[in-house]
Write a protein that binds this ligand. Sequence first.
Ligand code: AMP
Length: 191
Amino acid sequence: MIVVIFGPPGSGKGTQAALVAKRIGVPHVATGDILRAETAKGTPLGREVEPIMRAGHLVPDDLVVRVIESRLAEPDAAAGALLDGFPRTIPQAVALDEMLERNRRRVEVVVPLNVPEDVLAERVRRRAPEGRPDDTPEAFVKRMHVYRTETAPVLDYYRRKGTCIAEVDGVGDVDTVTERIADALKAGQAS
Ligand code: AMP
């Protein structure tokens, strides 16, 4: 089962994706985590993407598509994956569909986490001291803009395709939101 979790910066999608992936028994595939690991290791890829990420911009599509393609080819993803932070643009969504179709797979459910913008800004303000370099107020504004202009249209792409979309209210404590997502996935799979 391929599930895409979708949400603006500060929506808690990383935390939720890790918990939900464990619960449904598929790997949590987070492009942001993969790219941050490359940066920490100082690989050529990591060095290339570091300034882009720091500024809150998107890494080029071809690069991130290659990263995801090789990750989904690993044996643990044979039974499925929970994608977090990918696809973030329409070309990425198209590339994902093409790579899945080649293996007779598809995105089964898309889970948008809904959180109002004022709550997002507050969460990111509180998170900033922990040190993600793109959690500064400036980078947050940029990431929010990128989300609205590049990523939100991806949801319309899936809507037009008729992919199951299971909207989830992302306001609440961590466990409550995890339960909501698990319920939404069950309902999504049943439909
Ligand atoms: P995240 O951890 O998902 O918030 O991602 C952190 C940063 O990694 C983003 O702001 C982008 O710079 C980069 N990134 C992660 N996933 C993607 C993607 N699918 N496309 C382009 N850039 C990405």
